[in-house]
Design a protein around this ligand. Structure first.
Ligand code: 5RP
Length: 246
């Protein structure tokens, strides 16, 4: 059998996760569900819509983490609310999303799609966080290959960059594609992407849990893409067509 491409793995894990969560009774009718952003989360949103349309699930209330996701929900007929809506009341039963990097303790980097602020608000307020990814997202050390996104207020770009450099990061302002100048997030802010070097032994001493707080203490930072405070269930799709839970 030929190996699955990365995009096939994303679809496989998105579809399988929804079906497995239903089978395990972790995703039930009437639940309030946070929906992530990106090319792995979108197949999960599509599968959720299919399982609503085939009558398996009813009364699902979704909260989207980005414009991408709310448009997808609207297109597919999934009722979408905000975390502040009366129907949601600030708390979700479950949230399902992709990730950019996953370490051995299931700490994450997210924000490759510049949506990590709403993702973190939604996912830290969900009873259960489910992360879905293809096997390329598994890493030993966070932040040495895929850059950590830090969302900043535009006026604080330079002082925040200096503070991040003091923490050992190499920083780059994220540039728009088919838009001149920086990426502007769904919240109207900018993104500084940060990468740390491994030491001469090829290891990293970066502590993602400590760094999540230290970076958020810098004045002008809105939120960073380390997700260490909510232990997720992780589903990983492999090239050989299997899906692993860890
Ligand atoms: C968006 C995210 C995404 O979950 C992350 O970037 C993974 O994206 P993809 O599934 O497209 O690889 O955090 O802000």
């Amino acid at each position: 059998m030929s190996e699955l491409t990365q995009s096939e793995q994303k679809k496989l894990v998105g579809f399988s996760a929804i079906d497995l969560l239903i089978d395990k009774k972790l995703l039930l009718s009437g639940m309030k569900v946070g929906l992530g952003t990106g090319s792995t989360a979108m197949p999960a949103v599509q599968r959720l819509a299919q399982r609503i349309n085939d009558g398996t699930l009813s009364g699902i209330k979704a909260v989207a983490t980005s414009f991408q996701t709310s448009i997808m929900c609207e297109d597919l007929g999934i009722p979408v609310y905000t975390l502040n809506s009366r129907e949601i009341g600030g708390q979700l039963d479950i949230a399902i999303d992709g990730a950019d990097e996953i370490d051995e303790k299931n700490n994450l980097i997210k924000g490759g799609g510049a949506a990590h602020v709403k993702e973190k608000i939604v996912e830290y307020n969900a009873g259960l966080l489910v992360i879905i990814a293809d096997e390329s997202k598994l890493v030993k050390d966070l932040g040495t290959q895929f850059p950590l996104p830090v969302e900043v207020i535009a006026d604080a770009r330079v002082p925040v960059t200096l503070a991040l450099e003091k923490l050992g990061a190499q920083c780059m302002l994220r540039e728009g594609v088919r838009k001149a100048g920086p990426v502007i997030t769904d919240n109207g802010n900018q993104i500084i992407d940060c990468i740390w070097q491994r030491n001469s032994e090829g290891t990293s001493s970066l502590d993602p849990a400590a760094m999540e707080d230290i970076i958020n203490d810098i004045t002008g930072v809105v939120e960073n893409g380390f997700f260490t405070k909510k232990r997720p269930i992780v589903f990983i799709a492999h090239k050989n067509g299997t899906v692993e839970q860890r």
